[in-house]
Every structure is written in C-alpha cells, then in structure tokens.
Write a protein that binds this ligand. Structure first.
Ligand code: GLY
Length: 378
C-alpha cells in the first residue's frame, strides 16, 4: 500500500499537487466566465464537454464557488476570491426571492456562504447561511421526523418524498448551531437510516412519505435504474452524509451506517474502481459510469477514515488511492481551456455521459483532503 512506503507516499503527494495545479489552471481561466451564472453539466463528448453559464436556479450552482474557495484554501491565492461578492449577491437574490427552493439549500449555502465565512470571516456570508438554514428547517415534518425533499411543504400527490441526497444538506443545519436545527438533522438522519438504507446497507433513492400522518409508505427511485436497485450516486450520498452526521454528533448508529454502506459501495466497484451509474451494472453487464459518484464516495471515505480503526482507515486510504489514480488516468480532461475536470459523469441516464460540476468539485475536495488537514466546508 502506498502509505507504508515513505518514498511512494511522497510521490503520491507530488502527484496530488500536480493534479490540483491542473484544476487550478482551469479555474483561473473559468473565473471570469461564471460570476452570476454557473456551470451545471457539460454536453457529451461529441458535443465538446463544455459547461455553459446557467442561471442560479439549479441545485448545483454552488459547486463552482466551492471550487474557487477550495483553490483559495489550498493555494492562498486571493485571485480565487475575486468574485466572492458576485456569488454572494446572486445567492442572496435567490434566497430573498425564494427562487427554486428545496432541500438543496444545504448544498447551495454551505458551499457559497459557509465556506466563505469559514475562510475569510465574511459576516454577510454567515448571515446568509443562517437564513438558508432557517428556510431549510421550514421543510421539516414533525410527525414523520423528516425533511421534505421537493415541492411545496406538506403538499403531497398524495405523498411527499425523502431522498438520500438530503444527507449532504444536513451539515448546514449542524453548522448553524441552533439546537432545534441540530435535533431536526439528527431526526432526519435516523429516518433516512430507518427507511432509505435497506437492511443489507444498499439504498433506495427515495421514499414516499404521507405528509399528514408522517407515515413511511414505499421505496422508489428517481434517478436509479429501478426502485429495487442501488443508484451509485445515492449510495455515495449515504456514505459521505452519514460520515458527516457522525462527525457532528458522534452517534454510533451513523458511523455504522456509513461504514457498512461504504462496504457495499466497495463491493460493487468494477475492475477500474469507477462505478457504473447503478449497481445493477457490472463488467459482465456494463453501462455508462458515474465518475461523480466515485468522487463523492472518496470524500466520504476520507471523512470516515478519521473515525475508523487503523486497519479500516488503511483500507479506505488504499481504496481512495486506487480510485483517484483511475479517475486521473482514465477520466481526467487535460485541457486548461475547458473547466470540465472529469468526463463520464451522469446526471440522469437520459442526459448521457457528461462532465458534472459536482463531480469536479468532489474530486478536487478529495485532492485537497489528501494534501492537508482540511477544515470542512460542510
Ligand atoms: N442531488 C441530485 C443528484 O445527485 O443528482
């Protein structure tokens, strides 16, 4: 294993620095292009793997500011903060006018605002993130002890949904240091463990919930292959989300869910260590991959490593090393003029194989975590 040999370890550290520098060059060139409009997914390889600036309406708009803040954190270069006020203005407008509000407030305001506050002490960013946390708390269903993912709060058709992705929205509630928010986040994580995580630690993407009684009804998928299969990115949200929930609460159940779900993810990796988009697919029955699931998962393993036994931590480090090497060797776009870092991500199966800004963000977060003791943005 690379960690056992100091020379190999040094080589890996140099390699991670080189990979990071390649990403930072892409970011330097992209900074002026995305100031109040943001990247989401690229076109396919045939269409050129280029991000277009999109309005601030999607769940993904904070990942580009998040990458700029990771770059500032790694390099100390203030050029990466040049558009911080533009990003804040855009995210303030979205929140003030309640535009496109869902459970994704966590993704949106953790990376656009909490990260900036943690790095620079910007009080406006802190206040905006607190408002976003309050708005996220409005989505809590007391009877069912869950945060509603999408749609008008309490209005079902006839049911509302909880989804595994919400696990990455909980850190905003933990960060806000409001005891009521903390309780809601813990309750939601337990509900997620009760229903979205199956007995074998694979996962449903979504679960139908009765908004009036709070009763759990049935597991369903939204972006996976089938209701009963495991969507790779969903499993990655489970692993990283429960690892973070454990970091904030030290609740043993959350660590157990994260570790056992990580084992399922590792068991379903194909020979090149980058998962197919749903665990139904294998090297014997292949389909397209999801590099974004891989990079979310490597962040999850690096968080889990902190809380695991030395033997388990070493196995996680080795898995991360194999995955990062494969992502860099086979799926890294070496073109400084194109922001896209990883090819072969997937949003919905029907959008095809593309770059994804969240896959790029989490790959870069993985590299930063590998090079320094990283103060969580989450
Ligand atoms: N949170 C949406 C997704 O993972 O596609």
């Amino acid at each position: 294993m690379p960690q056992a040999n100091p020379d190999a370890c040094l080589q890996d550290t140099r390699l991670y620095a080189l990979m990071s520098a390649e990403i930072e060059e892409k970011l330097r060139r992209a900074l002026p292009l995305f100031t109040d409009h943001f990247p989401h997914i690229t076109g396919t390889a045939q269409q050129g793997l280029t991000y277009q600036p999109e309005e601030n309406t999607l769940w993904t708009t904070s990942f580009f500011p998040g990458m700029a803040y990771l770059a500032y954190d790694r390099t100390g270069d203030e050029a990466f903060l040049a558009h911080a006020e533009d990003y804040l203005a855009s995210f303030r407008h979205r929140l003030t006018h309640r535009l496109h509000i869902s459970h994704d407030l966590g993704f949106l305001y953790t990376l656009s605002s909490v990260a900036l506050y943690k790095l620079t002490g910007n009080e406006d960013a802190k206040a905006l993130a607190q408002q976003a946390a309050d708005m996220l708390a409005e989505r809590y269903n007391e009877k069912g002890r869950f945060i509603q993912a999408w749609g008008e709060v309490g209005v079902g058709d006839p049911y509302v949904k909880i989804i595994v992705d919400t696990m990455l929205n909980l850190p905003l509630l933990f960060w806000s240091a409001n005891p009521r928010h903390h309780e809601m986040a813990v309750a939601h994580a337990n509900t997620c463990a009760d229903y979205l995580v199956r007995a074998d630690y694979s996962s449903f993407h979504t679960y139908l919930m009765d908004p009036a009684t709070g009763k759990a009804v049935e597991g369903r998928t939204h972006q996976g292959f089938h209701d009963d299969t495991t969507w790779a990115r969903g499993q990655a949200w489970v692993v990283y989300g429960f690892a973070l929930a454990y970091a904030y609460t030290k609740e043993p159940r959350f660590l157990e869910v994260a570790q056992k779900s990580a084992a399922v993810f590792l068991q379903n990796l194909p020979a090149d260590h980058v998962p197919y988009w749903d665990f139904t697919f294998t090297d014997a029955v292949p389909d397209v991959r999801d590099t974004s699931a891989a990079s979310i998962f490597t962040c999850g393993l690096l968080e889990l490593e902190k809380w695991s036994t030395p033997a388990l931590a070493e196995s996680y480090q080795h898995a991360v090393w194999q995955m990062v090497r494969s992502l860099y060797d086979h799926y890294f776009l070496h073109d400084p003029d194109r922001l896209c870092v990883l090819t072969d991500g997937i949003y919905h199966r029907n959008t095809g194989s593309t770059g994804t800004i969240w896959g790029d963000y989490f790959f870069y977060e993985t590299l930063v975590r590998l090079q320094k003791s990283w103060n969580l943005f989450w």
